[in-house]
Design a protein. Sequence first.
Length: 390
Amino acid sequence: MIFKKKLILFLMLFSCFFILVSSVSAADYYVNNDTQDVSTWMKSDAKNGDSLIFNVTQYELKDTLVVNKAVTIKSDINTKLIFNKNGKDMFNLTTNNIKFSGLDIQFNAKGSSKYKPTAIAFVEKKAVVFDMDNVNITVSQSYAGAIGGEKAKGNIVNCNIILLKDNAVGFSVGTWTGNIINSTITAKGSNSYGMAFKTLKGNLINVNVQSSGKNSIAVYAYTWNGKIENSSIINTGKTLYDTGFVSVKSKGQIVGSTIKSSKSYSTMVSDNVKFVGSSLSSGKKFKKTYWYRAELVISNQYAVKKNTYTFIVANNGYFKSKKCHVGVSVKGKLVGKKAVKALNPGKYAIVKVKIPAKHASAKVAKVAKVDYYNKVKEFFKKDNVFKFKG
């Protein structure tokens, strides 16, 4: 009787083990030489937590694969995945917790000025969570990209992206939250970006970004909050617009990194960015860094009524200015001033300055200067001064 109970228990345990092993093995879908289609598996059989494993040297994906399950797409033998369908994305990610690993992606889809197909695209308006490790992506055609979409969260580690033609982009992302680590992005064509973000919340660590084409930018992030550390960002383009790192609303640190531009600014950032132990090199006649600030301009057009002068002052910069003054001087002596309210970017103010009647003659040379007491931090000051007789 005891033996019988032990036998039944053993059989039950063996049965459970067999079921467990069967379910684990069924979760992994292996792509071999005779595998015709993976989209059917993704639509019908794949479940969250499953793996799509490429087990061949080379495989051509015939059409866009919509990844709507939280799966891992990988290869243990560095499979070359080829995609040749013009005007289409290779992978469309529509859910979270997707992972790519160990793949060599050859993205040969050509786009147009109307639509740039992307090797890995997240097409949801909400943030898609995905990670990449040890993945190479080659974008071989123009008007195409490697990674793109509205919003994403995740980390890119040990990856290599190369763009071979014009009008291409490595990262083309609205909002990215996460880190890019130990990776390389190379843009060889004109009008191309290594990285382009509307908002980047994260760090570039041990990253090498290079762009070399005309009218190219190595790294652009309109808004950035994070750190660039032990990285190299280099633009060898030959025009005045070929910059290295550009971020208008930026806040963070650039530590132990090298940023260069052959013909333009190495970096274009706000005053909220600190450089620590980094090497910056800009083109001839360019400062190492262009600082995004308020930029006050006084118009060279004015009106006069008796001894009151009316000027137009504008903020042509990127940040709000401080309250300041317009001063009018004669032979270096201040003869009249008027306060100017703080101006938002793109706004202007009409300022009326009254001066003594004896200086109001059209024969007397005058100088009008906005921010007379130098209270506003600007990158350019040359547009603050207007010399005239009247």
